[in-house]
Design a protein around this ligand. Structure first.
Ligand code: SAH
Length: 407
């Protein structure tokens, strides 16, 4: 696919002019220019082209990629007038992202790591994960999709991966006017699942088409830390367990007496069972069930646990349904608190970017008040460092993880 290259001839780059008084966030390096802030486009553009964002007084602000089909009209990448968005720019950004993970010790032959995380790495619309040398690319913007060939070439040069796969994410792609089919872009996938080691535990990750079980890398450190808070010989419940990450860490590192994991997805539960067996953990069991129903049934039966982990999926994709999401969080957290014996440990997470840390804390306050129990927050955590938060795009913070002593 064609790409801009060579020195920027700034005058020839189409301009996106902002409305009066709309420029401040972008001088402040926020990367998302919404359609409502744009006065007009000057010059001919195709969707995905590089543009220069200028203030209503015609002052240069940043270079970005335009998509007139998206409410995020321009995504910004470079605030340096001398650094336009050519291949050497993308290469430098990718190198910077990968170098940081290397220096954190997260890139290895048998590890899983998010190498590039969209806005957090100044690469809005691009996510790249590495599973033991096999790369998985997720594209969520049209501008990045048009540069896919260059990105694949740069990643190949920097990492010599065994394979590169592409995954489409339907919801966001629709907002961008894009259709992407999941496919293998280069190299070969092994016929057996790929094995990664995390916190000394082995997991299978299946990247082949139709499977795409994937793995939630953002919880790596939370799984290990949560395990370290378990009381001795604990009876643990891992809700929304997916492929078993929290449960396995609780058994191996937390020395739990028994762990039961529950998830609504059959393939996830099968993967979790394979992982328990593969790591020789006999005191861990899994079952397929709806976690809302399961928690209620345990409360009705009067069951008690020493520790409960709640790691549900995103409950809302928009601010409009925030109240419903908070009610759902309240519901599962209230039931979990009821199931904990005094002194028990609650590990409660939210990956809804639209629910702020403060709102989640207010929900927990409500749980403490309604249940008449004391909730003491021992640790307030976020995602692992290969999912950083960009200080000029706080929307890149999404994962909250609280470790709480329930009296
Ligand atoms: N804790 C996991 C990640 C959880 S992701 C880990 O450490 O890897 C959220 C999970 O919730 C998904 O596996 C999804 O299948 C499951 N899920 C979503 N809604 C559910 C429901 N109502 N009941 C049970 N599981 C559900």
């Amino acid at each position: 696919m064609p790409d801009e290259s060579g020195d920027p001839n700034v005058a020839s780059i189409p301009k996106v002019k902002l409305r009066p008084r709309k420029a401040q966030p972008f001088f402040g390096r926020h990367p998302w220019v919404r359609d409502s802030g744009v006065e007009r486009v000057e010059g001919h553009v195709e969707d995905g082209d590089m543009v220069q964002l200028v203030s209503d007084k015609d002052r240069f602000i940043a270079y970005g990629l335009i998509n007139r089909q998206s409410h995020l009209r321009v995504r910004l990448y470079s605030w340096d007038e001398g650094a336009a968005l050519d291949d050497s720019f993308w290469r430098a950004r990718l190198e910077r992202a990968i170098l940081m993970r290397r220096e954190l010790g997260l890139v290895g032959d048998d590890t899983g790591c998010r190498l590039v995380y969209s806005e957090a790495d100044g690469l809005s619309g691009l996510v790249v994960e590495n599973f033991a040398g096999h790369l998985m690319i997720q594209i969520t913007s049209l501008g990045m999709y048009r540069r896919l060939d260059s990105i694949v070439a740069i990643l190949t040069d920097l990492l010599q991966p065994k394979s590169i796969s592409l995954r489409g994410e339907a919801g966001i792609l629709k907002l961008e006017g894009l259709e992407i089919e999941s496919q293998l872009l280069s190299g070969e996938l092994p016929s057996d699942p790929i094995v990664i080691v995390e916190n000394e535990l082995r997991y299978q990750v299946d990247l082949s088409e139709g499977q795409k079980t994937g793995f939630y890398l953002d919880q790596r450190d939370n799984r290990r830390v949560a395990a370290s808070y378990l009381p001795p010989r604990a009876k643990v419940l891992d809700m929304f367990c997916y492929s078993g990450g929290f449960a396995l860490n609780a058994a191996r590192h937390g020395k739990a007496a028994s762990v039961h994991g529950v998830d609504g997805s059959g393939p996830a539960v099968s993967a979790a069972q394979r992982h328990a067996a593969g790591n020789q953990l006999a005191n861990v069991s899994f079952e397929k069930a709806d976690c809302f129903d399961y928690l209620k049934a345990r409360v009705d039966a009067g069951d008690q646990y020493d520790a409960i982990i709640l790691d549900p999926p995103k409950f809302t994709k928009s601010r409009r349904t925030i109240d419903e999401a908070l009610r759902a969080y309240f519901h599962i957290n209230r039931n979990a608190v009821q199931l904990l014996r005094p002194g028990g440990i609650l590990v409660t997470c939210s990956c809804s970017g639209n629910v702020s840390r403060e709102e989640f804390l207010m929900m927990l306050l409500g749980v403490a008040q309604k249940s008449g129990r004391d909730l003491r927050l021992l640790e307030q955590r976020g995602a692992a460092p290969d999912h950083p938060v960009n200080a000029t795009c706080l929307e890149s913070e999404y994962l909250k993880c609280f470790i709480i002593s329930v009296s």
